[in-house]
Design a protein around this ligand. Structure first.
Ligand code: 5RP
Ligand code: MG
Length: 218
């Protein structure tokens, strides 16, 4: 089973701060996320700045697109994003537009549907039919703050999504000790934001994630 990739979520408030955070951990990072918070704070220029600073990394624009899919996707891809996210509440028409537009733009551009617990399996089936390549299983930041822990339910959902053929990312306050919960599942990417950005030694924190991946995915 392929080793998962490590993505750093840059939910910083300024581009300068985001680049500083990313530089500190870059050695062990595969994917750089321009976080929703950074996008709201600094706009599309944040995507360009991160792509310019890290041309060899995969760049994700976590725009959580809800509507006007093509307008947002064009804006994000034109500025250097490789993947863009849409929120699971978006209509099927938005998902289909995003899948088609991404493919037309370039075969390397991909949509990730960001899932919270507010979804139905009927929707997931419709994403599959539309050709959605990636999903992100997301413990919402506010749910985490309200005390929601990772559990068996997450594992079952993630397993089912992977079995359906999606490339699956896991995110939402992920710590190194959470990684083993998902062993034996082909996870495409784990995202860590605060657990790397706020660490005393971000490079070491990122390395610890990579070492943990090697223990469980061989
Ligand atoms: C919140 C997000 C965050 O980017 C995601 O939760 C990862 O950051 P952290 O590891 O700090 O929770 O999309 O909506
Ligand atoms: Mg994010």
């Amino acid at each position: 089973m392929a080793l998962p990739l490590l993505q750093i979520a840059l939910d910083n408030l300024t581009i300068e701060d985001a680049i500083t955070s990313a530089k500190k951990a870059a050695k062990y990072i595969d994917v750089i996320e321009v976080g929703t918070i950074l996008l709201a704070s600094e706009g599309k220029k944040a995507i360009k700045a991160l792509k310019d600073a890290f041309p060899d990394k995969i760049i994700v624009a976590d725009g959580k697109i809800a509507d006007a899919g093509k307008v947002f996707a064009k804006m994000f891809y034109d500025n250097g994003a490789d993947f863009t996210t849409a929120i699971c509440a978006a209509e099927n028409a938005t998902m289909q537009d995003l899948v088609n537009f991404s493919k037309e733009y370039s075969p390397s551009k991909e949509l990730q549907v960001e899932m919270t617990t507010n979804f139905s399996w009927e929707q997931v089936e419709s994403w599959k039919k539309s050709g959605v390549p990636q999903v992100v299983w997301h413990r919402a930041r506010d749910a985490q703050a309200a005390g929601v822990k990772w559990g068996q339910k997450d594992i079952e959902i993630v397993k089912k999504l992977a079995n359906m053929g999606f490339k699956v990312t896991v995110t939402g306050g992920v710590e190194v000790e959470d990684i083993k919960l998902f062993k034996d599942i082909p996870i495409f990417i784990f995202i860590a934001g605060r657990s790397i950005r706020d660490a005393a030694d971000p490079e070491l924190a990122a390395k610890e994630f990579k070492d943990e991946f090697k223990k469980y995915w061989k």
